[in-house]
Design a protein around this ligand. Structure first.
Ligand SMILES: [Zn+2]
Length: 497
């Protein structure tokens, strides 16, 4: 590991703090390709754990995984008008299939061979609705083929010039669910169901509380009828969109001619949904929980849940504490806990603590000669608090401790979110709130895109969601917080990533 660097405190520069935490925890690194990042093993393990949990939930709700091509014919993207408009400014295009030597040296040694120009350029997928529904058209004939419930784990490309590790990169990893249904009601139920799956995952696994609701017309997915989203509040009081689920209506079915024969013998277009979450969630996890010492990772998604650090001075002590360390490790492994025994001679215990803290390990067990004599270990939580624990039954004690840490992280994050949420504010209070510390502002909304645009221009805030009933204020706002006209829906506003 590279020499440990000091992490910029959150209060000094949140964005630098975030980068320091990601780099120190060895989650990701910048790559030689502008706009692209490298996910390092520690970060990739977090993603694998996320994938496993989500994949189980997708399968439990009847979805199957499949894989579709990375390349999409340009004409496919053009078939749905709103869709192509939404993605036109950020596509990567393949135009040639061969290089040709130029006789020059260095970067000019090769050029695209003009003779290999593709008749129709290929788009590197920014999302796969078009290619997937082109296949659905082939596979769906009758009502018996419905619903068709699929998911794809893959990478996608949306051109970016600014890189923000996990938050904004040209290429990122995600999953995209795609389904086809016989009726609008079924598609709507599916879009809502998957929003619920995401919420369960983000709260139970990431310990990241989210507000769910519908996007306004100006914020919805290009080509969707309705977009639902999950919004979390980060520690700098900016919102992070943590996932979306779309009811696509029949827009894509009509563009790709996905029709089915009804039980009565008629021909109908299917109703589609699509839904996705990405490696962006890792950025959300970092910004929800971490502190000035580095990453704080919820136990359920921690690559290493427990680290055992033996402490010794003499060779004799070394043998003793390592012997006990091995036994404790074996017991924790048996209890299904991801554990490391850090027996390195090259580092002092203090330096090991520092390193594992930066990497977000939720619980540390320290074993010194006196602990061995007393038949105990010292447990230290990443979030603070040290208590001795008996070696007897250590598996159960650690399990309970990890569960408590997981639950406390969610409660703490919820408390912070509520402390930075305001309701029933006047226009002036709203402007001051957004200029100041910021957070979630709940208020009436007249539904006009002009109000949205003015608010964005003057405060930087956007409507994150028109919240679902359980998040709405006890009394529905009567007027738009901006223009004072009658409110058509309550909205949650915030500055966002
Ligand atoms: Zn208004």
């Amino acid at each position: 590991m590279a020499q440990a660097q000091k992490i910029t405190p959150r209060a000094k520069d949140f964005s630098e703090w975030y980068n320091d935490v990601v780099m120190q925890a060895e989650l990701a690194d910048y790559s030689p390709v502008r706009g692209c990042m490298v996910i390092r093993p520690h970060g990739y393990r977090v993603w694998e754990l996320m994938q496993q949990a989500l994949d189980d939930m997708f399968k439990a709700t009847g979805h199957q995984n499949a894989y579709f091509p990375l390349f999409i014919p340009m004409s496919f993207l053009a078939k749905e008008a709103e869709h192509v408009e939404g993605f036109a400014k950020e596509v990567a295009l393949v135009t040639h299939t061969r290089l040709k030597a130029t006789g020059k040296t260095g970067a000019q040694a090769v050029m695209p061979d003009p003779e290999s120009a593709l008749e129709e350029p290929l788009v590197v997928r920014p999302t796969s609705e078009t290619i997937i529904y082109a296949m659905f058209a082939k596979w769906i004939q009758s009502y018996r083929d419905l619903p068709l419930l699929m998911n794809q784990w893959c990478n996608i490309v949306r051109w970016e010039f600014r890189t923000r590790l996990f938050l904004r990169t040209t290429e990122f990893l995600w999953q995209e669910g795609h389904t086809a249904h016989a009726t609008e009601a079924e598609a709507e139920a599916e879009a809502r169901q998957m929003l619920g799956v995401y919420r369960r995952f983000q709260e139970d696994w990431m310990a990241m509380p989210v507000i769910t609701g519908r996007k306004t017309e100006s914020e919805k997915f290009a080509g969707a009828l309705r977009t639902y989203a999950l919004e979390a509040l980060m520690q700098d009081n900016k919102a992070l969109q943590a996932g979306t689920s779309h009811n696509l209506g029949q827009n894509f079915a009509k563009a790709f001619n996905v029709q089915y024969q009804t039980a009565a013998g008629g021909l109908e277009y299917v109703w589609n949904t699509s839904w996705g979450v990405s490696t962006r969630m890792i950025g959300g996890l970092v910004m929800t929980h971490s502190d000035d010492n580095g990453l704080v990772c919820p136990p359920k998604l921690a690559p290493v849940q427990v680290v055992i650090v033996p402490i010794w001075k003499s060779e004799e002590e070394r043998g003793q504490v390592l012997g006990v360390g091995d036994k404790v490790k074996a017991e924790l492994v048996k209890a299904g806990i991801r554990v490391e025994l850090d027996s390195r001679d090259s580092l002092k215990p203090g330096a090991k603590y520092f390193e594992w803290e930066a990497k977000g390990v939720p619980l540390r067990l320290e074993i010194g000669p006196r602990d061995v004599a007393a038949g105990q270990v010292m447990t230290a939580r990443r979030t603070g608090g040290k208590t001795p624990a008996r070696l007897d039954g250590i598996g159960g004690v650690v399990r309970k401790s990890l569960d408590e840490i997981q639950a406390t992280l969610l409660q703490t994050a919820k408390g912070r979110r509520e402390a930075h949420s305001v309701r029933g504010v006047t226009k002036q209070q709203f402007v001051e709130f957004m200029k100041g510390a910021g957070g979630f502002a709940y208020g009436g909304f007249c539904g006009s895109p002009e109000c949205e645009a003015q608010i964005k221009q003057q405060t930087g805030a956007t409507v994150r969601v028109l919240p679902d009933p359980e998040f709405r204020s006890a009394e529905a706002p009567k007027t738009c917080l901006w223009c004072g006209k009658p409110s058509v829906a309550e909205a949650v506003w915030a500055q966002a990533y």
